[in-house]
Design a protein around this ligand. Structure first.
Ligand code: GAL
Length: 428
């Protein structure tokens, strides 16, 4: 079949100009309210626009092409890690009644936002139609459901956020044991400072969302899983001394990062560890796909470990796909959702993406050594919800936390001001 991969730039520009996004192959023109059920294409909106993330999407499209040869895949990807550009653009389109046929949404609070805004359809029937009733962990399905139990999306994968990646050669050159298991952040910071004194960038980070990602893992390390989770249900005081101490650690660690951070997205920040121009990088386990894409070998060329102080906890997020209200080609949407939920789709996608399948019946032996550790950790560890990736807090809270973090890390707010802004953000 033909695969129409419109470029990200085309999609973004067209949307910014308010133009109708006419997909190749006729029919399916967005912006008309749609929903008649016809069409032989599906516009799939994600932020998997480049590099290893696009490789993951391509693998899923490969299965889709086999399973649905009559339906044309139209790539609506918008670049920017963690949906940093895509989510705003998507909201503009949804509010203009110009939805794609399906879009990527995080399990948890972010999906709840779309449910509350009546922007996505209940897809419970599709779970029956596709035989998915028992395919996924019940806790995950809960995070895809409204309070009355209606399910609103089909999950494609589960990622772990609290991973630190390291370059063992850089560590050895600086007399640091690459196998070292740090008890807590203090022990790790001591080695980061040693690297700093030696003139090596201790830890790489990128633009604001990657800083928020780092922040959430620091909060998790210092507060522990229970008090970290309490930040999202109101039982942990954002103004308390424990949070102050965690923010001090965050400030220290940010002081040991690369100066050009605000101009980098995650692939460039992780690349610094791949290239040996930084020792460590905290990033979700989509990063493993970037290492593997460049033929780097776990244990030799890179290491992966829980962020110090978070061992035994799996900081969770999941991607899922939706049926938007008014989707121009709902038959196309359903076909895509069927592939997303299928065993074949999940195996192909997750092998390339670095995540683990949301389905519980995939064979762990099909996956890489790193992924097998993630599968085991997900099964046995305490699960907490990621802030930076939509699981823990609504989009408005994340946006406010991101703005406060950017002010703090660019020197426009002091620590006390930052903590107050975080407390206000968390209250919504
Ligand atoms: C997350 C998403 C992952 C990965 C990452 C980096 O929000 O869930 O699948 O794409 O962003 O862009």
């Amino acid at each position: 079949m033909r695969v129409n991969r419109r470029t990200t730039a085309t999609v973004a520009t067209a949307a910014v100009l308010g133009l109708t996004l006419a997909a190749c192959g006729g029919g399916g023109t967005s912006g008309d309210g749609g929903g008649e059920g016809g069409g032989n294409e599906v516009e799939v909106f994600t932020w998997w626009a480049a590099g290893s993330e696009k490789a993951g999407l391509d693998a899923l499209v490969g299965v889709f092409d086999e399973q649905h040869p009559d339906i044309e895949f139209v790539n609506g990807a918008v670049a920017g890690g963690a949906g940093s550009a895509a989510k705003d653009l998507l909201q503009t389109r949804l509010q203009a009644q110009d939805p794609p046929d399906t879009f990527q949404a995080h399990a948890g609070a972010e999906l709840q936002d779309y449910i509350d805004a009546a922007q996505i359809e209940d897809v419970s029937d599709l779970y029956d139609e596709f035989g998915l009733a028992d395919a996924f962990p019940a806790d995950l399905v809960d995070r895809l459901s409204s309070e009355d139990g209606a399910i609103y999306s089909i999950p494609s994968n589960i990622h772990r956020a609290n991973v630190v990646w390291a370059n063992p050669t850089v560590l050895e050159e600086n007399d640091i044991d690459p196998e070292a298991q740090y008890e807590d952040l203090d022990a790790w910071i001591a080695d980061l400072e040693k690297l700093d004194e030696a003139g090596v960038t201790p830890i790489s980070v990128g633009t604001t969302w990657t800083q928020v990602h780092l922040l959430e893992t620091v909060l998790l390390a210092d507060l522990g899983p229970e008090a970290y989770s309490g930040l999202w249900d109101g039982s942990t005081d954002w103004e308390g001394a424990e949070v102050t101490a965690a923010l001090e650690d965050f400030e220290t660690i940010m002081g040991l990062t690369n100066d050009d951070r605000d101009g980098l997205d995650w692939p460039e920040a992780t690349q610094m560890v791949i290239d040996g121009s930084a020792a460590f990088n905290v990033m979700g386990d989509w990063a493993v796909a970037a290492f593997e894409e460049q033929d780097k070998v776990l244990g030799t060329d890179f290491t992966a470990a829980p962020v110090p102080g978070t061992d035994g906890t799996f900081d969770f997020l999941a991607d899922s796909f939706t049926l938007p209200v008014g989707a121009p080609n709902p038959d196309g949407s359903k076909a895509w959702l069927e592939t997303v939920g299928s065993l074949e789709g999940q195996v192909a996608f997750n092998k390339a993406k670095g995540s683990i399948p949301a389905r519980t019946d995939a064979d762990p032996a099909e996956f890489s050594e790193y992924q097998q550790t993630a599968i085991e950790s997900f099964a046995n560890d305490t699960i907490v919800s990621s802030l930076a990736h939509g699981a823990a807090a609504p989009v408005a809270t994340l946006t406010a936390i991101s703005d406060a973090t950017s002010k703090f890390t660019t020197g426009a707010a002091d620590l006390a001001g930052y903590q107050s802004e975080l407390a206000a953000a968390a209250q919504g």
